[in-house]
Design a protein around this ligand. Sequence first.
Ligand SMILES: [Zn+2]
Length: 147
Amino acid sequence: MDTDKLEYFRNLLQHEIAELSIGQGKAITEMIVEAERLPDEIDHASRQLDRNFELRIRERERNLIAKVEEALLRINNGTYGICDDCGEDISEKRLIARPVTTFCINCKTKQEQAEKRGIARGPATRSNLKGSFQYRQGSVAEFDHAD
Ligand SMILES: [Zn+2]
């Protein structure tokens, strides 16, 4: 990938980190405000539920920040845009849609098909459902909102 394109993706990723960091700060502030405003007698369970939800969102944001930071490292060490699996170049179209991706569309498709087969196999046990949930979280963390 040439320098101009790498710079383009570097800017894109740095912008993403800045946005996510703002989100993290806001989430913490809102949580504090919320905790101070709520009277003691409000249903503790529902408050706990909100907090867990908030924590999950923040954890997802932190995971995404980590992924974006890894992508920036790959730009620095010259491996950005190269598929982790087959070593081929990842298409620019795919990188623009998902700047943190580490797999080309062919390898990603194969992985998704394998995942689907894995989930479809056997009864819907607790651990199967958990795996499916974690997989979906992973997808979201890959700028997958548009899909
Ligand atoms: Zn590949």
